[in-house]
Design a protein around this ligand. Structure first.
Ligand SMILES: [Zn+2]
Length: 541
């Protein structure tokens, strides 16, 4: 959920606007989490939006931003804009899209010059940005790794980063995702070579399924190459896989003969050993193509004994359990499953993010006067700051800024970090395209209801005397220990609580409700040490 604002001399640039998918705890009816744009709304103006690359956590919430700032120019490279255009069309949003290229300068408003900087990452056409502001040159790396043999041959622009370093960089903002990992990441090409060997090897008896992120076009290209080398055709399953590969084919980012692909509907006509199935779902997403294959729910593609499933991605913590279930189902079908954690010596995945060695190299090239680690949890930011200090950046000039903090730069120097300078909350949205923010309070209630259930305590009182006319009656949903004797006990506790109130207090709704809530809850707390949500309903007659 990346979204950063740069302001200089009255001009305002937003770098990326991504969304996030909820984890199991947040999932209670929430489909996506988007950044709260209240600060920008109050500020009233966005001159341009610079996009670094086409991942959801960098461009997924762009349509929310554009609905509020339709006039803002959206700048991105070719592949990024192709993906964005598709997403905006789905939402019915027109935008001023402006294609940019590395080593070509652009300008935002009157005070910010920018230049895209080519980087390597797990999606084509990823860039960072150099921003020439009134306070000096700022470099934002975007997501990056240093791949010396990228599948598409487009290297990280080491020379340009170094040149900018020579001219003097006021501040470097750099990707911290792998800041806790030593060394360097393996090249995407090594994964390609691995796939080539696996496809030619003894494990490849039947179908080969490769599950991965749809946007990893370099890897998709490697899978296509390995498939064609074994005279296999490729079947694409999962919407994001189909969309991304189609875009990549149209734009020439994947090259192969036009008859390399087979429609899923026709897959049944081919023997298993002539097919490679490239699908989404490597994170264990319950409705994904891989989950359907594992459960035997796909209408035209069926997996069987001796099929090989390769999970070509890192499992995001929190997803391991659902993915584990899918692996169980695949194995029940007799499939063999390979992943980076199954002890295979073959490399079936590599990260798109720089490890410490590459992060250090970036700092050495740019030699910034100050450093702000970005992208990652606090511990990763802290580890990255240590790397910068080790590289010679003054400890005073390495600052960790969290969501909502502002970093103030003046004449090449960080002069202040203002904590919580802007509101930077999260919007929990019911639907991807919609605007219905579930809100943190409702979400807490949903959590509580899921954990403890709810009791309704209904009571009718005489509006003058406050005497109980009917009730109290209790109704429970999802509450543990809901038996007749406990209900009777709770009814009695509620009656006693009402009796303890003075007549005048009994005509005060708030007091009556509070007394009922406390009385009913105490029965569950004493007996079961549970605190179900109690909803008192008091009516007057
Ligand atoms: Zn990324």
């Amino acid at each position: 959920m990346n979204c950063m604002v740069v302001e200089s001399g009255g001009d305002r640039v937003v770098i990326d606007c991504g969304l996030m998918f909820p984890n199991a705890e947040q999932a209670l009816g929430v489909e996506v989490i988007a950044p709260d744009l209240a600060y920008l709304r109050a500020a009233g103006k966005v001159d341009a939006i610079l996009l670094t690359h086409a991942h959801e956590d960098h461009v997924g919430a762009l349509h929310y931003l554009l609905r509020e700032f339709p006039e803002a120019t959206v700048c991105g490279t070719r592949f990024t804009l192709a993906v964005v255009k598709e997403k905006l069309a789905e939402q019915g949003i027109a935008a001023d899209l402006h294609a940019v290229e590395p080593r070509t300068m652009g300008m935002v408003g009157n005070h910010i010059d920018f230049e895209p900087l080519q980087v390597t990452h797990s999606v084509p056409d990823a860039v960072g940005y150099a921003l020439l502001t009134e306070a000096g040159l700022v470099i934002h790396t975007g997501d990056f790794k240093v791949d010396w043999s990228p599948v598409d041959g487009k290297l990280l622009d080491v020379r340009r980063f170094a040149e900018l370093g020579e001219t003097g960089v006021a501040c470097l903002l750099s990707d911290s995702t792998n800041a806790e990992r030593e060394g360097t990441t393996a090249s995407e090409r090594e994964v390609g070579e691995s796939l080539m060997r696996i496809f030619a090897g003894p494990m490849a008896k039947g179908r080969i399924v490769v599950a991965m992120f749809g946007s990893n076009i370099h890897r998709a290209q490697s899978v296509v190459r390995a498939a064609l080398a074994q005279n296999r055709k490729i079947v694409l399953l999962g919407r994001s896989m189909q969309t991304n590969v189609r875009l990549a084919l149209d734009l020439g980012y994947i090259r192969c003969p036009p008859d390399s692909f087979v429609d899923p509907e026709a897959a049944g006509h081919f023997p298993g050993r002539e097919l490679v199935i490239l699908c989404t779902g490597a994170q264990g997403e319950p409705r994904s193509a891989l989950a359907r294959l594992a459960l035997g729910e796909h209408p035209t593609v069926h997996l069987e004994k001796n099929d090989l499933v390769i999970l070509s991605s890192r499992v995001i913590p929190g997803n391991d359990r659902t993915l584990g279930n899918i692996i169980d189902h695949l194995m029940r079908r007799g499939c063999r499953v390979m992943s980076s954690s199954t002890g295979s010596t073959e490399l079936v995945h590599t990260s798109g993010h720089a490890c410490q060695g590459e992060q250090r190299m970036m700092i050495d090239l740019v030699r910034p006067r100050s450093f702000v680690p970005i992208h990652g949890e606090y511990r990763m930011l802290a580890a990255h700051a240590r790397t910068a200090e080790a590289a010679g950046v003054s400890p005073l000039a390495c600052v960790i800024a969290e969501d909502g903090d502002a970093v103030e730069l003046r004449k090449d120097e960080i002069v202040a970090v203002v904590p919580n300078a802007v509101s930077a909350g999260r919007l929990y949205l019911d639907a991807r395209g919609g605007f219905a923010d579930v809100g943190e309070v409702a979400l807490r209630d949903r959590q509580l209801l899921a954990e403890t259930g709810m009791l309704v305590c209904l009571c009718v009182l005489d509006h003058k005397s406050g005497e109980v006319v009917r009730g109290p009656e209790l109704l429970g949903k999802g509450v543990a220990g809901l038996d007749e004797s406990r209900l009777a006990q709770a009814r009695q506790a509620a009656l006693d609580a009402l009796a303890e109130l003075a007549p005048a207090q009994r005509t005060d709704h708030g007091m009556v409700e509070e007394a009922l809530r406390r009385a009913v809850r105490s029965v569950w707390r004493k007996g079961l040490e549970k605190r179900p949500m109690v909803l008192p309903v008091v009516l007057e007659m």
